[in-house]
Design a protein around this ligand. Structure first.
Ligand code: TZP
Ligand code: MG
Length: 215
């Protein structure tokens, strides 16, 4: 069900990253049509929906992603993930006890964020993690409490060291995408490269082209 290939083109979005709900579903639909391989619903930070509104939107997302056979990950909300039948859950370092979270997330797959080699080493013996997200690689305005950017020199050694599949995140654009791909990371996760794109299909086509050149 979960394979490292799933991480390849990982799109992350919450309604706070778009103008409104209509725009959110427009962008998500274009991204699904364009060929993203994984979607994370990250409803967080200023302007995020809460309670019933969040559940309502999440149910629509579940329907839409299922239509395109794209797995759905929920950021930091285990009960929502179970309620709507999501495929995975993602946790940051500040999202509570990792071992407890992994237990409650079962049988869903689990991703954990790390922003340094020290953070990777702290979790590396924990059972039940399916992938790690590494970043922010470059500086980002899409996350309020983002750690300092680690750059390619911070990213590459963690990719090498990780015994789990990994995905790079943070400040990734069409300009620096090739440099990220060259680290051999399994996947790339983006918000604004897609949500702010003037042509989502072209952006994903370009992404595919770079991935083809890698192989
Ligand atoms: N985690 C680390 S950076 C980030 C998250 C959720 C935001 C990524 O957004 P963008 O627009 O791709 O920099
Ligand atoms: Mg988080």
């Amino acid at each position: 069900m979960f394979s490292s290939k799933t991480l390849e083109k990982y799109f992350v979005l919450g309604t706070q990253n778009t103008n409104d709900e209509e725009n959110f579903f427009e962008v998500l639909t274009e991204a699904l049509q364009g060929g993203i391989t994984l979607f994370q619903y990250r409803e967080k930070d200023h302007g995020a929906l809460k309670g019933h509104e969040k559940v309502r939107v999440a149910k629509k997302i579940r329907q839409l992603t299922a239509q395109y056979h794209v797995p759905l990950v929920i950021d930091d909300d285990i009960s929502l993930a179970h309620e709507i039948g999501a495929d995975g859950v993602h946790f940051g370092q500040k999202d509570g006890n990792i071992v407890e979270n992994i237990k409650s997330a079962s049988p869903l797959f689990v991703g954990i964020s790390v922003s340094s080699m020290a953070e990777y080493k702290k979790i590396k013996n924990i059972q039940g993690i399916d992938y790690i997200g590494i970043g922010p690689v470059f500086s980002t305005t899409s996350k309020e409490d983002a750690n300092p950017a680690i750059g390619l020199t911070g990213l590459a050694p963690i990719v090498q060291e990780s015994h789990w599949p990994s995905v790079a995140i943070g400040g990734i654009t069409e300009e620096n995408l090739a440099s990220i791909i060259s680290t051999q990371v399994n996947g790339i996760a983006v918000i604004s490269m897609i949500s702010q794109s003037s042509n989502v299909r072209d952006t994903i086509k370009f992404w595919n082209l770079l991935l083809l050149n890698k192989k």
